[in-house]
Write a protein that binds this ligand. Structure first.
Ligand SMILES: [Zn+2]
Length: 95
């Protein structure tokens, strides 16, 4: 799991998870240092969540029911997102 680059405290899974959803900057709860997701990590987030979501939603859906397809697609999206806090890297924002 990513650590704060300023004070080396470890970020919590939930902190990263919430920020990853919209690539928002994460603020260290200990020292207030702001971090942004780096570019390779954005690619990781996209390939684990958005791409499977799109493939399932647009190509592979075995269901005729649109609502069911949307629900399963969102479940796939979220299960990819659950993994991302372990894989992404953050870099401190220079002010
Ligand atoms: Zn810190």
């Amino acid at each position: 799991m990513t650590k704060c680059k300023c004070c080396h405290i470890q970020f919590r899974w939930g902190e990263i998870f919430r920020k990853n959803n919209f690539y928002r900057p994460i603020k260290c709860r200990n020292c207030g240092c702001e971090h942004k997701i780096d570019f390779p990590s954005r690619m990781i987030v996209t390939s684990l969540s958005v791409i499977p979501f799109l493939i399932f939603g647009l190509v592979l859906s075995p269901f005729d029911n649109l609502l069911f397809t949307v629900i399963i697609s969102l479940a796939i999206f979220e299960s990819g997102m659950i993994l991302t806090p372990f894989l992404v890297n953050y870099k401190p924002v220079r002010k």
